[in-house]
Design a protein. Sequence first.
Length: 138
Amino acid sequence: ENGHKANLRHIVVDVIVMNNNQILLVKRARQLSNGGKWAISGGFVDRGETCQRAALRELKEETNLDAKSVKLFKITDDPNRKNEDRQNIAFIYIIKASGTPKGQDGEVEDIKWFDIKNMPPEKDFAFDHFEIIQEYLS
């Protein structure tokens, strides 16, 4: 990144996984940016990969879940996103998934289903994920 002087922006995907009135959250591993905080699954889009494919891959890598359906919820391109160390543009997907979630890629410290009325407090969320979830729920 040219010593943090590059003018490039990164493309990421974030994944909202709902099951009835529960949302799947992952706790980011301590060595990552915003480590130890809860988040929706997601990550960088690889070269040669569509955003939708990246969303499915990241979900599988972080939770071991397979998707049943994928729908684009929104694109967030604010260059001043909360708690970002770079200017990511996020494609946020809503995914229906099946299986038992299991963290497996070293980027996830914990993974849990939370009732939407009993999620962790906003201060315990990475990035702007709390706000994204609130927007989705409204």
